[in-house]
Design a protein around this ligand. Sequence first.
Ligand code: FES
Length: 309
Amino acid sequence: MNEPVILRLGVPVLNQDGQQVGTLEKLVFSETERKITELVVRDLASLKRVLMTQVSAMSAHSIALSCRGTLESFPVFDPSEFEEVPTWFFPPGYQIEIGSLVTLKPSDIRAMGEAAACSRREFMARSTAVVAGLIGISLFVPIGGYILAAAKSKVSDHWVPLSIPVSQLPVDSPVSHTFRAISVSGWMRVPVERTVWLIRHSSPQDPMSLPEDQKLGLDSKLEKQFSDPLLTVLSPICPHLGCSPQWNENQKLFICPCHHSIYELNGSRVSGPAPRPMDTLPVKIGKDGEISIMYEQFAIGIPEKVRLA
Ligand code: FES
């Protein structure tokens, strides 16, 4: 079974050229078709409805559309035509993040002969059962992802101690390290697992003397302020379209399996379609050598390192 993709509000939506054309606002389920049929995407000014048939790829970090250009040609999304179902209605076990919203068309409910007579309370309860069923089915669909923490969902901006001293890391050989963090969704705080690459260098590196390409990966105030000459922390997310580059010990390179972007030990680009190096993350090393990092996510598919809210 394919792993379901869990989509978050705010995940970048890219056109066929890899340009970001908007961010995800909602998913729309169709009861009649028993699947997610539409995305609601916010471009700069408006909400646009994008049919799922226009989606060429989905990951937890981005959605790629099969069209070029902007969202101009897509119809506007009218929220009054939809009912939102808060996900705290859902029983535990469904892979929807707390605080997320799932949207059903009332027409779908009416088609089941229920809506007209339903009170709001009954409507919500029944819609919940319908949506829960849909979710169960959708978990078997490769693109069956669910939205979405609230609009400002993010991993909390705080330092996370990794409980690993830098002296225990191998030299010049990246280590994939998984840790627990707190995802903040409005007032909700949800524990999540995150992974980063830790690279301990054999010789000190001065971030400001790095090649231009690698400096791009430092293009954030926080990373400039919090870096360490002996340790680089890289995001596990490929800045091309959001896959996960893996370290190849034989070739001594990071290789992204999706479109074959290749990066050096320090995250610099070697080749492939990635528009910038792998993203570095802020790091601090305490007096006892303990590593603390700040987990951040950045827009993908663009040369600039733009931090996601
Ligand atoms: S996602 Fe395309 S190269 Fe990594």
